[in-house]
Design a protein. Structure first.
Length: 100
């Protein structure tokens, strides 16, 4: 199995409510991938509630049966469409992929 974890740091928004709405919008778009990309074995999306300035805003915790399935996911048109969509919301991301 392969775990794929991605952390997102959202852009700054004028209000906390605006940032919360943006996080919920990004989460909703991410969750759509679970139903449209069949190689995803497990997929969770979380929104951070920790106010620490060093905390990231969103996380994807996903599992794939193999490195090949992860590559299929990464090249899938719906995933690529999400990446383009997310450029309006996120300023940074961090990724780790590992076998377990």
């Amino acid at each position: 199995m392969v775990r794929h974890i991605v952390l997102f740091k959202l852009q700054e928004f004028p209000t906390p409510e605006g940032k919360k709405k943006a996080a919920e919008t990004v989460k909703a778009e991410l969750l759509k991938l679970k139903s449209t990309i069949p190689v995803i074995a497990d997929f969770e999306v979380g929104i951070n509630f920790n106010p620490d300035p060093s905390a990231w805003d969103l996380v994807i915790n996903s599992n794939f049966r193999s490195k090949e399935d992860l590559a299929i996911y990464q090249a899938h048109p719906d995933h690529l469409a999400f990446i383009a969509f997310n450029k309006s919301y996120s300023e940074k991301k961090a990724i780790i992929d590992f076998e377990f």
